[in-house]
Design a protein around this ligand. Structure first.
Ligand SMILES: [Ca+2]
Ligand SMILES: [Ca+2]
Length: 142
């Protein structure tokens, strides 16, 4: 009878330990979601002038940990020259809800239609991507 009892007690103890561990896992909150918002600028008047298209990268909720996400630009009707293609990694500090990605838009003296380029998010750390693509709109000034 004794061996049987010890086995039962050990099993109950193991189940309790496992239950505690599972509870701690469930208590850790779900990751915030990260999104990038569109940006619109008017092209600078002069050929050598630039303006920043500012894309806001936001979290669905604050995080206790730093959130990092990579970004890359992609040409649409606006091509390199209209803006400076760029990639990088943006950080949102612990306790904050947003950060900015600035893309340089270049002036020229050509008459153009309204043009667009894209910014995409990938490889998030500490968050999941919700809306990972934004459009940058450049309104011509010539
Ligand atoms: Ca242009
Ligand atoms: Ca122009």
């Amino acid at each position: 009878m004794r061996p049987v009892n010890r086995t039962r007690i050990a099993a109950v103890f193991l189940a309790a330990s496992f239950g505690l561990h599972g509870g701690a896992g469930q208590a850790s909150a779900a990751k915030p979601k990260v999104s990038i918002k569109d940006a619109a600028v008017t092209e600078p008047q002069e050929e050598l002038d630039t303006v920043d298209a500012v894309f806001r990268v936001t979290l669905s909720k604050k995080s206790d940990d730093i959130v990092k996400v990579s970004y890359d630009t992609g040409s649409g009707s606006a091509g390199p020259g209209d803006y400076d293609p760029e990639s990088g990694r943006v950080k949102i500090k612990a306790g904050e809800k947003s950060a900015k990605v600035k893309i340089t838009v270049n002036g020229d003296e050509e008459v153009e239609v309204v043009e667009e380029f894209g910014v995409s998010l990938y490889e998030p750390k500490g968050a999941k991507i919700d809306d990972g693509s934004a459009t940058g709109t450049i309104t011509d000034s010539d």
